[in-house]
Ligand binder design. Structure first.
Ligand SMILES: [Zn+2]
Length: 424
């Protein structure tokens, strides 16, 4: 654990530097934030900070990052390989539930690279996408590996319960009861907002409902054609995987969709409140949101403006949280989950921590290199592991409990220059 100690020291140093910087540049949040886009690790002192990519401009700025597209080539069928062993979940009555006391894995992705030729086109954002995003193929293989290792998706809200103690409501960690032999897994997807920088760099444009009311993706292909598909984004892919392998989901749970608000949600520009399309965008977003809930997906706040909670002022954080509730919470409904942008965090004792708890958040998720959770005052603090190019390419050993990344890297799609040193 020498590395952990080392990280802690780095973190402390980084925190001190930040305090000094903040004192001397108070008010220049955006400047600080944009600098973090290139040096997230240094700033945070933590290992990963995936989110860096998205930038966090609340008011009118945009972020850069992204990925591309990959299309379907045959991925839809991949899961069938082992259809032989699916279907345990068919009759839930037969499944024996037992207490689970081991670690709870929480992993996260960004939206998938749907069109790699747009992502890996040599532009200034290419490296960011290579670092923080995965392709369709990589996602499918990660899921397959997790399934084979007996993970089962759970609803993140199962982790906590509110109980009454001395006339007060208290949030406690709940004991998990899971099918025997299964290990709990939470998947979250950050920034499923389909920011402009994502669309330009190979991601889909939005989630839609098809004419049967099912979730589909809408995108513009590199050839400029409109396309409706089911095999180029996490939501429909995971929905379909669970259909084929019901025992990969406990009571139909899927994942957590973490949304900001500054460029709308799910590809709908619900932030443009003065636009003539506003009502229509909102209505369509709501239909998709309701369908997602029906399919077992839940939502989390990822802040309104993708601000770094550790670095902005208490007032800024409170304002950002309130704005999220007004513009996003009003669409997705109440949520207890807060997913810090930039893998940042604030700790109990910090008024900013309390402000998130006061806003109703009871599960606060940061980023870390392994499963980690701790109960704070009326909130569970949890780390998530980043599944992205950095993890797959540079940190194979760290993820071997979940998958062997070298066996699933999309060698044909990612530029060779980013893959040096890998033994296929
Ligand atoms: Zn983010």
């Amino acid at each position: 654990m020498y590395r952990m100690e080392q990280k802690k020291v780095l973190h402390i140093i980084a925190s001190l530097v930040l305090v000094i910087m903040t004192l001397s540049i108070s008010g220049c949040v955006n400047i600080l934030d944009s600098s973090s886009q290139t040096t997230p690790d240094v700033v945070e002192g933590r290992d990963i900070e995936i989110d860096v990519i998205e930038g966090d401009k609340v008011d009118g700025e945009e972020d850069k990052v992204d990925e591309d597209k990959n299309d379907d080539e045959g991925k839809g069928e991949r899961e069938d390989n082992e259809d032989g062993d699916l279907d345990i979940g068919g009759d839930r009555q037969d499944i024996k539930l037992v207490p689970y006391s081991g670690p709870v894995q929480h992993i996260f992705f960004h939206p998938l690279i749907a069109y790699p030729e747009l992502t890996f086109d040599g532009d200034a954002q290419e490296k960011g996408f290579n670092d923080y995003f995965v392709t369709i193929d990589e996602f499918n293989k990660v899921i397959q590996s997790l399934y084979e290792k007996d993970f089962i998706l759970i609803d993140i809200n199962l982790l906590i319960e509110e109980v009454e103690e001395d006339g007060k409501k208290v949030v406690k960690r709940r004991e998990l009861m899971l099918p025997e032999g299964k290990k709990p897994l939470i998947i979250s997807i950050d920034d499923m907002n389909y920011y402009e920088y994502m669309r330009e760099n190979g991601m889909i444009y939005k989630l839609i409902l098809d004419d049967k009311g099912q979730i589909a993706t809408y995108s513009i292909t590199p050839e400029g054609e409109e396309r409706v598909a089911y095999d180029n984004e996490i939501i429909p892919l995971l929905d379909r995987f669970v259909e084929r392998h019901p025992d990969f989901s406990f009571n139909g749970a899927k994942g957590v969709i973490a949304l900001t608000g500054y460029e709308g949600v799910l590809g709908y520009r619900t932030n443009e409140i003065d636009s003539p399309n506003f009502e229509k965008e909102k209505e369509e977003a709501l239909l998709v949101i309701n369908k997602l809930k029906e399919m077992g997906w839940t939502f989390a706040s990822h802040g309104y403006g993708h601000r770094d909670a550790a670095r902005i002022s208490l007032e800024a954080l409170v304002k950002d949280t309130e704005r999220w509730k007004v513009e996003v919470g009003s669409l997705v409904g109440p949520t207890k989950t807060y997913i810090y942008p930039y893998g940042s965090r604030v700790l109990p004792g910090d008024p900013k921590f309390q402000s998130l708890v006061d806003a109703g958040f009871q599960i606060l998720c940061a980023v870390g290199s392994q499963a980690y959770e701790k109960m704070g005052p009326n909130a569970l603090m949890q780390d998530r592991r980043h599944i992205d190019g950095i993890g797959l390419i540079q940190q194979r050993e760290r993820f071997l409990d979940l998958f062997d990344s070298y066996k699933l890297i999309d060698y044909d799609k990612r530029p060779e220059k980013y893959l040096e040193g890998i033994k296929k």
